[in-house]
Ligand binder design. Structure first.
Ligand SMILES: [Fe+2]
Ligand SMILES: [Fe+2]
Length: 313
């Protein structure tokens, strides 16, 4: 069986000793080894070993994907699992799907996955009032594109909801946030993962990712709103953004939302060359030092998403 006949998930999706209703495989020396039979469970020690030695991920045969989804869905609907655990589970189960978004050769499959990920997040937020707070608490604050995309989606769903979006619009906003940096697939990995600040040539490459993103999405059946998220999220209200220097009034509202959540995530994220700001410092910095760049009403609403209180200073 080739690797394409499996999908990868994070071991954090499982609790010790619970019955796992599908087979698990590991990749060892580029071969897939049958690791756990459907119906068996993982001991606490095995899970711990995974977390330290085995890169945290296991494979499930594509043919059993439905069983995996049901497994996660059942846990998400269980009254016996706390909001905090559900938030963790949802993040863990989404990570591998998002990784596919950036690495899988099958963009179409990855886009389908992003649709399902956002549906699960919206369902969770609709059924549990504490969901968003717990999801935000678990923000990873790291610079890997997968985690960044997941965090930007969660913030954007929160901000979009407070602004008044719901249903299909909110779903589209969430998906758009998830794929906003999809163009980074086309930027060299050395630039994406560079530990220090980028030089001029590297910046030139990096600044092409909105256009690359648009080109990727143009080849697929994706709405214009989602395309705008990828293409316009580095524009700003002063008309000095890139790649088009669009005036604020012409920037799609979803892209204006993502401009805020994207910058917020970058400012609160640990990189080797900066000290991350606290949530409050980051928003105040955007409001005062980056004044005029962001939609003021949306930025004001971001305070409510994060602190459920009015704006500071
Ligand atoms: Fe970006
Ligand atoms: Fe981004």
């Amino acid at each position: 069986m080739s690797n394409l006949e499996y999908f990868k998930i994070q071991i954090g999706s499982f609790n010790a000793d619970e019955e796992i209703p599908f087979d698990l495989f590991l990749t060892i020396n580029e071969k897939q080894i049958h690791y756990l039979k459907a119906g068996d469970s993982l001991s606490e020690e095995k899970i711990a070993k995974f977390k330290t030695r085995l890169n945290n991920s296991v494979l499930i045969p594509m043919a059993q994907k439905k069983k995996y989804k049901e497994f996660i869905h059942n846990k998400m609907s269980s009254p016996d699992i706390s909001t905090n655990e559900k938030a963790f589970l949802l993040r863990e189960s989404s990570k591998s799907l998002i990784e596919e978004l950036f690495e899988s050769p099958e963009v179409e499959d990855a886009l389908d996955c992003s649709n399902q990920v956002i549906q699960e997040f919206m369902h969770f937020m609709d059924t549990d009032p504490a969901a968003l707070t717990q999801l935000i608490k678990l923000s990873s604050h790291d610079f890997y594109t997968y985690n960044h995309s997941l965090d930007v989606s969660i913030y954007s769903l929160g901000l979009g909801k407070i602004i008044g979006y719901s249903g299909k619009d909110l779903q589209e906003l969430g998906e758009g946030a998830l794929v906003h940096d999809i163009g980074k697939r086309q930027v060299h990995v050395d630039i994406i993962t560079k530990a220090g600040p980028l030089d001029d040539m590297e910046w030139m490459q990096m600044r092409k990712h909105p256009l690359y993103g648009l080109k990727i999405l143009n080849d697929h059946n994706v709405s214009n709103a989602i395309k705008a998220c990828a293409f316009e999220h580095h524009e700003n209200m002063m008309g000095t953004g890139y790649p088009q220097k669009l005036p604020g009034s012409e920037i799609h509202p979803f892209a204006r939302i993502i401009a805020i959540t994207d910058t917020y995530d970058a400012l609160t994220t640990q990189r080797t060359y900066n000290v991350p700001k606290t949530p409050e410092e980051a928003l105040n910095f955007m409001k005062n030092k980056l004044k005029g760049k962001y939609d003021e009403d949306f930025l004001e609403a971001m305070y409510s998403v994060l602190f459920k209180l009015k704006s500071a200073a």
